[in-house]
Ligand binder design. Structure first.
Ligand code: ATP
Ligand code: MG
Length: 244
């Protein structure tokens, strides 16, 4: 019995001659908070797009919960228990906050009544109750990120892929999101976390993979990664808040 929830095996993704992801392998254990870091253009979001079925891989395998998923569509991957947030948050502005969260719940139920119940629960957990019937377009960036988390949690995932969920947030807002991520993990959900803020990454991640120009440069604990000379040279050298 493996304790891996996600196995990335020799994954390649090419766009024409551009090797956006090149022979990347790593495994995420159940209940881990797993960091994916690296410079702009390293291939982090592309790898998320491959894992979640938005891009077909050029080569390699993606195994989720002991099932090979690299031929599945995003909705099929979601049904298996994987959900992701987007680097550029894009709530449906014509819908209310509650309705946006309901779109997540509808991956698990066809009943509007049940979807509403599920959405209300997550809305309250995220502290969004004051915005229930407000247009999602009007929310601040910090609240939009919480809305994103509520929407993906409403899909009842085993694995959450967070693409720069703290991007554009101030220290207080980042701390609030990190607290939510810890709570989510304590509820048994595994998390893969793309983030440039190294303080956030090292404070929350159990294990980290560094991508650079599409390749895996290093893997290890936060201590191993922050003291790795190759990682410092390629990414961390400019300071703790690498390239942002
Ligand atoms: N749809 C696409 N078509 C062609 N090239 C793409 C596409 N998506 C990504 N790329 C290229 O793949 C490479 C990796 O981009 P990606 O967005 O995955 O990087 P990233 O690590 O997420 O960077 P950032 O930290 O800036 O978000 C880049 O060279 C990018 O231009
Ligand atoms: Mg990205």
């Amino acid at each position: 019995m493996t304790t891996h929830l996600l196995d990335i095996r020799h994954v390649n993704k090419h766009f024409g001659g551009n090797l956006a992801v090149s022979d990347v392998s790593f495994s995420v254990e159940k209940k881990q908070i797993f960091g994916l870091i690296g410079p702009n253009g390293a291939g982090k979001t592309t790898l998320f797009n491959c894992i979640t079925g938005y891009y077909p891989v050029t080569a390699g395998d993606i195994v989720f919960d002991n099932k090979k998923i690299n031929k599945l569509r995003p909705d099929q991957v979601c049904k298996l228990g994987m959900a992701r947030t987007w680097q550029k948050v894009k709530p449906l502005g014509s819908l209310t906050t509650l309705e946006n969260i309901m779109t997540g719940a509808f991956s698990k139920t066809n009943s509007p009544r049940i979807a509403r119940q599920i959405a209300l629960k997550h809305l309250e957990t995220m502290g969004l109750a004051d915005y229930t019937d407000k247009s999602a377009a009007a929310l601040s960036i910090g609240l939009k990120k919480k809305l994103e988390l509520a929407r993906v949690l409403a899909t009842d995932p085993k694995l959450l892929l967070l693409d720069e969920i703290c991007g554009g947030l101030n220290h207080t807002e980042t701390a609030a999101i990190l607290e939510i991520i810890r709570m989510v993990r304590n509820n048994g959900i595994t998390i893969v976390f793309i983030e440039h803020d190294m303080k956030a990454v090292t404070s929350i991640c159990d294990r980290i993979v560094v991508l650079n120009s599409g390749e895996k440069l290093a893997e290890g604990t936060p201590e191993e990664i922050t003291s790795n000379p190759a990682v410092i040279a390629a990414y961390l050298g400019g300071g703790t808040n690498a390239n942002h």
